[in-house]
Ligand binder design. Structure first.
Ligand code: ITT
Length: 210
């Protein structure tokens, strides 16, 4: 396979913004999934299973290589929750009018951690990426990344998406939502995973096996 067209199998606009530049820089023509593409049920037990489920569904339906990311936040004081359920974390809470899903997730996280002292709020973002080809000629490429940090008591910043305003990067002292997109990509779980995926793909292409 040459670095041709690749489907980015996600509906999350934040992920698309972060991944598109890196993939385009590698020479890919990046396409999203069509608006009417059916929702894929993410019933895997791990980030890797869910990334493979999403990428495989798009690759087979659209007949093109597809990359998907499954990611989430693991909070130590919550035993690793919300983990693979990060996107659906606050689905059990009534929505406040005008509140986005990300805002509701963040509100629940702050409520759950209200009594947890500052020194015990460690957390990490994890991301698993899968690149899948249609058919069974080429095996999938899977890569992952992790970004260590801690959870603040109030949101800071307006960049990024999801839990970024509450996630403090210890090296910079800034939240995921205060870092620029380039700074976040340089250190984030997703930045690590996509760079590793591209390294593995480059090695495959050099062997003539992709
Ligand atoms: P797709 O399945 O369509 O890709 P999604 O948003 O449902 O979109 P996931 O199932 O992978 O994606 O859920 C990821 C959850 O973790 C979601 O709530 C995100 O907001 C959060 N998350 C993942 N990466 C993040 C990041 O870099 N910054 C902040 N939050 C992040």
């Amino acid at each position: 396979m040459k670095a041709g067209t690749i489907i980015l199998a996600t509906r999350n606009k934040g992920k698309i913004l972060e991944l598109r530049t890196t993939l385009a820089g590698f020479g890919f023509d990046v396409q999203g999934i069509p608006d009417d593409f059916p929702e894929t049920e993410e019933n895997g037990a791990t980030f890797e299973e869910n990334a493979l489920i999403k990428a495989r569904a798009a690759a087979e339906a659209l007949g093109m290589p597809a990359a998907a990311d499954d990611s989430g936040l693991e909070v130590d004081a919550l035993g690793g929750a919300p983990g693979v359920l990060s996107a659906r974390y606050s689905d059990d809470m009534p929505a406040v009018e005008g509140e986005s899903k990300d805002e509701r997730n963040n509100r629940k996280l702050l409520e759950q951690l209200a009594d947890v002292p500052d020194g015990s709020r460690s957390a990490r973002f994890r991301c698993c990426m899968a690149l899948v080809w249609p058919g069974d000629e080429f095996p999938p490429i899977v890569s992952s990344g992790a970004w260590e940090g801690s959870i603040l008591r109030a949101p800071r910043g307006t960049n990024g998406f999801g839990y970024d305003p509450l996630f403090l990067d210890p090296e910079s002292g800034l939240t995921g939502a205060e870092l620029t997109r380039e700074q976040k990509n340089g250190r984030s779980h997703r930045g690590q995973a996509v760079r590793l995926m591209l390294e593995k793909l480059r090695a495959r292409m050099e062997e003539g096996k992709a």
